[in-house]
Write a protein that binds this ligand. Sequence first.
Ligand SMILES: Cc1ncc(COP(=O)(O)O)c(C=O)c1O
Length: 219
Amino acid sequence: MLPFIRQDLAELTAYTPHPGGASGESAHSESAIDRLDTNECPYDLPAELKQKLAWNYQQLIETNRYPDGGHAALKEHLAQYVNESLNVPPLNQGGLGGVTEPKTTITADNISVGNGSDELIRSLLIATCLGGKGSILVANPTFSMYAIIAQTLGIPVVSVARKEDNFEIDIEAAKRAILSVGAAPVGAGCANAQTENPPVRVAFVVHPNSPTANALTNN
Ligand SMILES: Cc1ncc(COP(=O)(O)O)c(C=O)c1O
């Protein structure tokens, strides 16, 4: 280990892949189901679908140019997909959707894409909290990467416990925690204003929460 690696980073433990995944085999054992909270599934994609995906990739890959880092075409498609999904008629009107009124149209400008959500979480925290500008709020137990990514960036994590009986977010505890941080920064108003106790800028409200599966309600 290099001696100048930050101690708190050196102490982080890496994600351990499922034994089936590490060997490249698809694992169909019952024990494989224990990774659902980390988006792993005991069942691999059907071979036919894998072939289609590989074929599509082969048609699109260009190795002599950089791809569009702004992902313009993908964002257009995603915006169209989301708008169509929002306007699907609800079940009681013969459709499969859950909304009663058409929602605001979204455009490609409203969409960010990343290599998995960890990259998006990191980008969000860099944009809002880095450099002593903010802290994050998590309601534990929840997806561990919010706090880990914050830690790697030196961003303080404010944690509250979920309710013991049903794992719902304890809203009152969350409010108290938010109000307990965020003393006026030194040089408030300056672009570089910093505080060691910065206000909560991002609260992770997860739907459905991982690993407890709580869905959000209007409350
Ligand atoms: C709540 C939640 N968000 C995000 C992720 C990260 O998923 P991915 O990077 O595959 O999008 C996970 C993975 O377990 C998760 O549980």
